[in-house]
Design a protein around this ligand. Structure first.
Ligand code: MTE
Ligand code: LUZ
Ligand code: MOS
Length: 753
């Protein structure tokens, strides 16, 4: 298929693309700022707004008392107020919303508010929460076979603990929205959200109005990465409450500090595992208990916990599995979706367990990995039978194409010669399920207009956030209609054109919305074929639309696309179509924790090579060589970009990015000086991506598999490659599974006794 560049790239490099803050403001626009809790847990004794309110330019300070509907924004569990009432549960919890004639005045006013809080004990870690019985909901557990009995048949049994820290999304565009009053109490909100319908629904609930009074429009996001799946909502609701009350436009863009302090991140996980292997190194049994640090409210934590269980065995077949996850309630901002959605946290534990087993048995980790790779018709712990499995293909192809045997020899030779520098290598296989794990969310719609001049407008429920989903939708429309890409325009994502959408998430956006676009275009083509067949006096069956022309029996005619559209208009044929797509074959029974939740899986293998400076503890990622199962990629440039971005994000999570809260629940890593994200210097020096040759999957759009999240987990390979290098230098080093593996920890490891 002919591929095209991301349709946004030109606008982006010229600074012409519009984000929320770029929308021209209307006269009389007001600006909001949040007053949030300075304490992580306690009862509010008193708040004095008098000085803040009397500042010139302050229009009104909103609190929960101004809410006409419900003070509730929890999506999965109703456990989160928009604004705190009597109690606060994390530093950064919104208490009031100051609306003023300028942002500067609103901020000045915020500093004049005084608050007295009766402090209560603060919990910051999942373990502490579990000890105190502080949970979001009941635990979930998946079981396959019988771990208890199978451990007794194991030759090797290894137990251990792991920790993986949170991760800040650091989307370039911070959270924000612009809410404008329309007639009859209607409100239009432009939001930087991955979930326009969630915003619409929650605004309606808090305002106490029907959903049809609220229109949400999304142009594009300057990145979301999961951070705007649920957590773009509160800011839009606050602005909407103010608009409802003041009948003036209200803009609210969070500055970076406010965003970092008030929003949740990837969930930190503390886990304990037990793994059992046979004499032949076959993994017989695996038990794991995951403690998810959910923060102070549910947000998406239950769904994220569930995906951790789905990916707890990563790319391996294990006949006896018992997994359990506790969503632990702590006094941190509610943690939320982040690329991989709990999957990476699960995979880090099984990779750690295999690494520890290999160390204790005295063999190479990769031997155990390779022996246990998922095969055709293997059963996952959740009951789905694996089909069209490409795991071993990816692994073998990586080994052969990148000549890993030679790489390993070179590394051994290097390590022999050098003392200050040591190299390490790792293999990281991935298997990621595509579909929202909550089956009812797997649907989408597209609304397509063919205008009478032959140009086309496409609306879907997909939100463009840099992943280039709009470009893919445009490709689907242009290929299916047989017209050039310049004739197709992607509209903004708007709840009045495409309603009841699932968020842009789970890597499934292009599949779900693309299938709807395909269906709508096929219906339109069917009608236009009838029109063309009359014009040309031929059978419908011999007609094809291609290259902006009509073809008969593969032969180009002189009939143009425009002429057919014009004739269709004349004949009063409908030139608009709305199509709905719902993923077939998927189902899941939560009472049994069994089913077939995923339309298909994405597979791949990464080989990572690193060099550690054993004097300083610093390291470089020399190369990451990946064989990835794209199916039949519809746009290899875009898909390779997704692999590179996700990989670097995954490496950042595993090596550099260290979220730090003190015991009072205060975020210490609250700026880019204290929170290190990968830059061009810490990114791998080379990234090679080799597409696996496969037939693709019929549930993927045009057989092009979902690509957004899976490659993040290649980054886990960096942790184990660094560990291997540390072991080369210090044979006394005891394996630790405590991510991120920062240069400080590497240095300690290099010199531990
Ligand atoms: N790529 C960019 N540039 N920006 C983003 O915010 N989000 C990721 C991924 N790739 C993201 C991105 C996440 S978390 C998901 S779920 C998918 O894109 C969502 O888009 P898709 O379903 O179209 O793959
Ligand atoms: N969001 C969600 C997700 O609601 N359900 C999911 O299964 C999911 N998976 C990945 C990312 N976001
Ligand atoms: Mo992605 S975590 O599904 O937004």
């Amino acid at each position: 298929m002919k591929t095209i560049k991301n349709i946004d790239s030109f606008g982006h490099v010229r600074g012409e693309s519009l984000f929320v803050d770029d929308i021209p403001t209307l006269q009389g626009t007001l600006y909001g700022v949040t007053f949030d809790s300075p304490k992580a847990h306690g009862t509010i004794k008193n708040i004095d707004y008098s000085k803040a309110e009397s500042l010139e330019g302050v229009v009104k300070i909103f609190t929960y008392k101004d809410i006409l509907g419900e003070n509730q924004i929890g999506g999965i569990i109703p456990d989160e107020p928009l604004w705190a009432e009597d109690e606060v549960h994390f530093i950064g919890q919104p208490i009031a919303f100051i609306v003023a004639t300028s942002e500067a005045i609103a901020k000045k006013s915020r500093a004049l508010i005084t608050i007295e809080i009766d402090e209560k004990p603060v919990i910051t870690t999942a373990k502490e929460a579990k000890e105190k019985g502080s949970f979001i909901n009941a635990p979930r557990s998946f079981k396959l076979g019988n771990t208890t009995s199978s451990f007794s048949n194991c030759e090797y049994i290894i137990e251990g603990e792991t920790f993986s820290n949170g991760q800040e999304h650091l989307y370039l565009e911070t959270q924000g929205c612009y809410a404008v009053p329309m007639e009859n109490g209607n409100i239009k909100i432009t939001s930087s959200t991955q979930g326009p319908t969630s915003v619409q629904k929650t605004v309606a609930k808090v305002l106490g109005v029907s959903m049809h009074k609220i229109e949400v429009d999304v142009i594009r996001l300057g990145g979301g990465f999961g951070g705007k799946e649920d957590q773009a909502t509160p800011w839009a609701v606050m602005a909407a409450v103010a608009v409802q009350n003041l009948k003036k436009p209200v803009k609210y863009i969070l500055n970076r500090h406010d965003d970092l302090r008030m929003t949740g991140k990837r969930h930190p996980y503390e886990s304990t595992f037990k793994i059992g292997l046979s004499k032949e190194y076959k993994i017989q049994a695996f038990e794991v208990e995951f403690l998810q640090n959910s923060g102070a409210a549910a947000d998406l934590s239950p769904a994220i916990a569930e995906r951790t269980l789905f990916h707890a065995t990563n790319s391996y077949f294990i006949p006896n599995v018992t997994t359990i996850v506790h969503s632990c309630k702590t006094n941190l901002p509610p943690n939320t979706a982040f690329r991989g959605f709990g999957g990476p946290q699960g995979m880090f534990v099984i990779e750690s367990a295999i690494a520890k087993a290999a160390e204790e048995i005295g063999i190479d980790k990769k031997e155990i990995q390779e022996l246990n790779l998922l095969q055709e018709n293997d059963e996952f712990s959740y009951g789905q039978i694996a089909t069209q499995v490409e795991m071993e293909n990816c692994w073998t192809s990586a080994k052969n194409n990148f000549n890993s045997a030679k790489l390993e020899e070179e590394i051994a030779a290097f390590n022999n010669k050098n003392t200050q520098y040591k190299k390490g290598l790792s293999f990281m296989p991935i298997t990621f399920g595509i579909s929202f794990t909550n089956t009812p969310m797997n649907h989408a719609r597209a609304l397509i207009h063919i205008y009478q001049d032959g140009s086309v407008g496409v609306s879907t429920g997909a939100v463009e956030m840099g992943q280039s989903v709009n470009t893919k939708m445009l490709q689907v429309a242009s290929v299916t209609l047989g017209i050039s890409t310049t004739k197709v325009k992607l509209e903004t994502t708007n709840t009045t054109r495409v309603a009841n959408t699932s968020p842009t998430a789970a890597s499934a956006t292009a599949d779900l919305n693309g299938k709807a676009v395909l269906k709508a275009c096929n219906s339109l083509i069917d009608r236009l074929t009838t029109v063309a067949s009359t014009l040309l006096a031929v059978d419908k069956g011999v007609i094809q639309f291609k290259n902006d022309m009509v073809y008969v029996n593969q032969q180009q005619t002189s009939l143009t696309w425009e002429k057919v559209v014009e004739q269709a208009m004349f004949e009063r044929v409908a030139l608009s179509e709305n199509a709905h797509y719902a993923t077939p074959i998927i189902h899941f029974d939560k009472t049994k924790e069994k089913g077939h939740p995923f339309a298909y899986h994405v597979y791949g293998t990464a080989i990572t090579v690193v060099t550690v400076d054993c004097l300083r503890g610093t390291y470089e990622i020399d190369a990451v060589k990946i064989v990835h199962d794209f199916g039949k990629s519809m746009n290899i440039g875009i898909d390779t970009g997704q692999i590179e971005g996700a990989l670097v994000q995954g490496i950042g999570w595993m090596t550099l990015e260290e979220i730090s809260y003190n015991e009072h629940g205060q975020l210490l890593s609250n700026a880019l000086s204290t929170y290190k994200v990968p830059d061009v210097f810490s990114a791998p020096k080379t990234i090679e991506v080799l597409p696996l040759e496969t037939l693709g999957n019929e549930h993927a759009i045009l057989k092009s598999k979902a690509v957004g999240e899976p490659p993040l987990m290649y980054g886990i390979g960096a942790y184990f490659a660094i560990q291997n290098a540390v072991k080369e230098f210090n044979p006394n080093y005891q394996l630790k599974f405590d991510a991120p593996f920062t240069p400080e920890k590497v240095l300690m490891g290099l010199y531990e006794e």
